[in-house]
Write a protein that binds this ligand. Structure first.
Ligand code: KG4
Ligand code: ZN
Length: 335
């Protein structure tokens, strides 16, 4: 079964053709990141405009690279939630137009379910149930994936998402948006024990995360140093901060693994590209004898192949939408 995937929830316009949820025939991504950089973050209005301009060409390119035409497809999967509403609407409306004109089924896909599905593309042997740490720019969840379309959130962030926490701390250190990627690179050169930072936990909810206090600790450290005229080592601070964030993620993930008796662990979302997070997850899984599934680096960030992959399982579960499908800025991965 061939599905076209369309993704436009944030600042990447993407389209892909995927066979049976597991084999990528094409994957095209038009990133707007350079344009948003000068503003220090994604500007929603600009994102929507760029999606509108790019989407037709990106979908055409994905079809052309796959060697397939619209008549070869069995369905159109599209990200409908969560994300920037104006950005989501571009993908949803384009997908609706295609579905209406071709008569193909329209399959709505939750963006974070898509991130989890990037593991189905990278590891063909992976099947639910498994435990997944989903860490992106907007979300940080520990998810029990009972089945492809039956998911339960066991832990979540109470404030900033992990990606957001990386980006904001990076910005405070003068690293341009999206700082998380660069902070990770710079951290490789630093001493992770140079600065003592808090490891926040949420009272009464041991699987939940809280990163805003950690981010504030970095801001305070930078301000204090500035006032005293002291030098801050950016590589050391990047390394110490990355260690603190990753310590929290790893601690809660493996606490959840113990509580659920999970036999398989996966990572997903933009932050799953983080070098330390991958190394630490690999080390703990090795020690515990648990298989670890990591998305290929090319599939960690936003892409449409993951949407087509999850779309395949949504379609098999009967989750097909009508022409009244709407985009939702917020929606739980469980729904
Ligand atoms: O999943 P994603 O591409 O978009 C959302 O759905 O939000 O995640 C983007 C986030 C950004 O905050 C970015 O800084 C972060 O993922 N990110 C990283 C790394 N690569 C991307 N954070 C830390 N280390 C990385 N290597
Ligand atoms: Zn994403």
């Amino acid at each position: 079964m061939l599905l076209l995937g369309i993704e436009s929830s944030c600042d990447e316009t993407a389209a892909a053709v995927v066979e049976d949820g597991r084999k990528i025939l094409s994957s095209v991504i038009a990133s707007q990141v350079e344009e948003h950089k000068i503003y220090g973050g994604v500007v929603p209005e600009i994102a929507s405009r760029r999606h509108s301009e790019a989407i037709s060409g990106v979908v055409g390119e994905a079809l052309s690279q796959s060697g397939k035409s619209l008549s070869d497809l069995d369905g159109i999967a599209v990200t409908y939630a969560p994300g920037l509403i104006g950005a989501l609407l571009v993908g949803v409306n384009f997908a609706k137009g295609l579905a209406l004109s071709t008569g193909l089924p329209l399959v709505p896909v939750h963006h974070l379910r898509g991130h989890i599905a990037s593991n189905y593309l990278s590891s063909p042997e992976l099947t639910p149930p498994f435990l997944c740490l989903v860490v992106s720019g907007g979300h940080s969840h520990i998810v029990w994936v009972e089945d492809y379309t039956c998911l339960k959130i066991l832990g979540r962030t109470r404030d900033d998402a992990a990606g957001e926490a990386f980006d904001k701390a990076a910005r405070a250190m003068g690293i341009p948006y999206p700082g998380g990627v660069e902070l990770d690179k710079i951290a490789e050169e630093g001493d992770e024990n140079a600065y003592k930072l808090p490891h926040p936990h949420v009272d009464g909810a041991p699987l939940d995360f809280s990163f805003s206090g950690l981010k504030t600790a970095v801001l305070n450290l930078l301000n204090n140093a500035r006032q005293k005229g002291e030098q801050v080592s950016v590589p050391d601070l990047c390394a110490s901060y990355r260690k603190a964030v990753v310590d929290c993620l790893i601690h809660n993930l493996f606490l959840a693994a113990e509580e659920t008796g999970a036999r398989r662990i996966a990572l997903a979302g933009g932050v799953s590209a983080n070098r330390l997070l991958r190394r630490r997850a690999q080390a703990v899984c090795k020690e515990k004898g648990l298989p670890l599934y990591l998305p290929d680096l090319s599939l960690c960030g936003d892409n449409a192949a993951m949407i087509a992959s999850q779309g395949y399982y949504e379609f098999l579960a009967g989750n097909v939408a009508g022409m009244d499908l709407n985009a939702c800025a917020q929606r739980s991965i469980e729904e």
